[in-house]
Write a protein that binds this ligand. Structure first.
Ligand code: NCD
Length: 311
């Protein structure tokens, strides 16, 4: 059974094809409205979410399917001590595909091992978030027209930010990507990603603490929230949470065709006066998330609009 746990579970060709399908969905919404008729998506969310869960649900509804699930561990039998494996076995009895978010790294992987239906990792701890990556890639491709030959800055919590880990892993497979890592020393990219993904693939990169110094070089700026829930000390979080605040003024030095992304939720790291700047793409990015998840659900269920028409 095909699942999506890590972005590398998809080849570059498969990623590109999913993005093509997402583009086609955006252009021809009606064509896809019944593709998942009679199918059910289970959203098993053991951790808070707004965009990821709602975009999965909206995606399934827009494909003509249905959704069931829970949005907090407290409202599931996890609160009674049920294991992830057993909860997954139950969900397989009721649904055709599962999207799972969990605070523990590897939980969706464990689920995929016992599941009889596809499992999608909707974020596992500070590890991975492959569907956010598909969202990010779609947004970059629609805005820039390509997924190669650009300089991307990742700014904020590069240590715990799972969206950063997955997107760097995905971009390492494209040509001419230069990565600028911008974070306080305490929140640097984990060394296993720097070594296994960036260095081993010969990706050009720089590491800095100074956002303003590198801003003029960037084609894409990926801002992130300091991940409060992964900190061991509240004091440390408070000390680091406002390390970077992007303002309209700071953008004076940036390229005219820069695109600013953020997986959201934003806390303080992007001032609201940036929202009206044409370079701010984060809300559009959230919209892209629904379309790319529609493409993914169809792919994992092996359903296509053409097949339905030929029935
Ligand atoms: C991100 C996540 O959950 O990792 N949000 C999202 O899925 N859009 C980023 C975050 O929570 O900061």
């Amino acid at each position: 059974m095909r699942s999506l746990i890590n972005i590398l579970d998809l080849s570059v060709e498969e990623v590109d094809k999913l993005l093509d399908v997402a583009d086609d969905i955006i252009a021809n919404r009606e064509k896809y409205s019944e593709v998942c008729h009679g199918k059910k998506l289970a959203t098993l969310f053991f951790e808070p979410s707004t965009r990821t869960r709602l975009s999965f649900e909206a995606a399934m509804y827009e494909l003509g399917g249905n959704v069931l699930g829970f949005s907090a561990a407290a409202s599931s039998s996890a609160s009674k001590g049920e294991s992830v494996a057993d909860t997954t076995r139950m969900a397989c009895c009721y649904a055709d595909i599962i999207a799972m978010r969990h605070p523990k790294e590897g939980a969706p992987f464990v689920a995929s091992k016992v599941s009889s239906v596809p499992v999608v990792n909707a974020g596992d701890g500070g590890h991975n978030h492959p569907t956010q990556t598909l969202t990010d890639l779609l947004t970059i491709r629609r805005k820039k027209g390509r997924l190669n030959n650009f300089t991307i800055g990742f700014c904020g919590d590069l240590k715990f930010g799972r969206t950063v880990h997955s997107l760097i892993t995905a971009l390492a497979r494209y040509e001419g990507i230069k990565i600028v890592l911008i974070s306080p020393d305490e929140l640097k990219l984990p060394s296993y990603i720097k070594k296994d993904v960036i260095k081993n693939n010969g990706i050009e990169y720089v590491q800095t603490t100074d956002l303003e110094a590198v801003l003029p070089e960037l084609d894409v700026l990926y801002m992130t929230r300091v991940q409060q829930e992964r900190f061991f000390s509240e004091e440390e979080y408070i000390r680091l949470r406002d390390s970077y605040i992007l303002t309209r003024k700071k953008l004076d030095k940036a390229k005219e065709d820069l695109i600013i992304l953020h997986p959201l939720p934003r806390v303080n790291e992007i001032s609201t006066d940036v929202d009206d700047d044409p370079r701010a793409c984060y809300f559009e990015q959230a919209l892209c998330g629904k379309f790319v998840r529609m493409a993914l659900i169809m792919e994992l269920l092996g359903l296509h609009p053409e097949e339905k028409e030929s029935k």
